[in-house]
Design a protein around this ligand. Sequence first.
Ligand SMILES: [Mg+2]
Length: 249
Amino acid sequence: MLPSYTRLPMAEQSALMARIVERCRPVPGQPVPVVVFDLDGTLMDNRPRTEVILKELAHELRVEAHSAAESLAAARAEELAYLLGDSLRRLGVEHPELMTRAESFWKSRFFSDAYLKHDVAIAGATTFARACYDAGAVLVYFTGRDLPLMGLGSFGSLRDLGFPIGIVGTELVLKPDAAIPDEQFKRAEGPKISRIGKIVAAFDNEPGNCNAFLEIAPDSDVVFVDTQHLPGAPDLHGRVHVVGDFRMG
Ligand SMILES: [Mg+2]
C-alpha cells in the first residue's frame, strides 16, 4: 500500500503556482531563475504508453490463441499501477511464464523512443510550464529517462505536447546510462544546474527526488506531484508542497 499524501486545496495550489510564476521573473544583477521539471509522472502521465504496449502483447497472444489475451486487452491506463507486475495481477495475469514474457515485452518498448508519443500531459502542465517560461525562467526537463534509448523520443514528445523545448532557455537533461538509479543521478547532476542559474522551483513525483531538491536548492519551492511513485519511497520532507496536477485554478 502506498502512503497517501495531503494535497493542497485548489485555492492554495493556485496561489502556489502563481507565486512560482512570479519567482520566474528575472531580477537585474541576480542569477537567472530556473524551474526544474521531471517528466514521467510529473509533467506526463505515461500509463497510456503501458496500455498501448499491453494491447500489442494481447494482439500477439490472440494470434497464439492464448487464454490470457482478453485479460491483457482489457488494460486501461487509469487502472494501471506503478509496477508492471502489480498491473498484471490486477488484470488477472498471474502465470509466472507469461509474467516474465510480459515484463520483457513491456521493458523493451516502454523504455524506447518510439513509444513516448503515447504519453499525455498532466492537467495544466503545458500551460504552467509556458507561464514559467514566458515569465523569464529557464526550464530544465530533468528526467530519469536515458539519452541513448529515450532522448529523441522525449524531445519529440515535449514538442508535440506543446511544452517549450528546442528554444533558448530550455534544456532536456537525461541519464547517460539507464542503469544509474534515478535519485543517485539527480543528486549528482542537480547541483550542476547552478551553471545555468538559480533553481526557484522543482517538480517531481518521487519523494526521494523532492527531498534531494530541498538539499540542492533550500530556498526553492519544491513540489511533489502526487501521481504514482516507486513503492518503498522515503517519507516526504515536510517543506515539500503536494499537488495532484498543475492547474492554476
Ligand atoms: Mg518521475
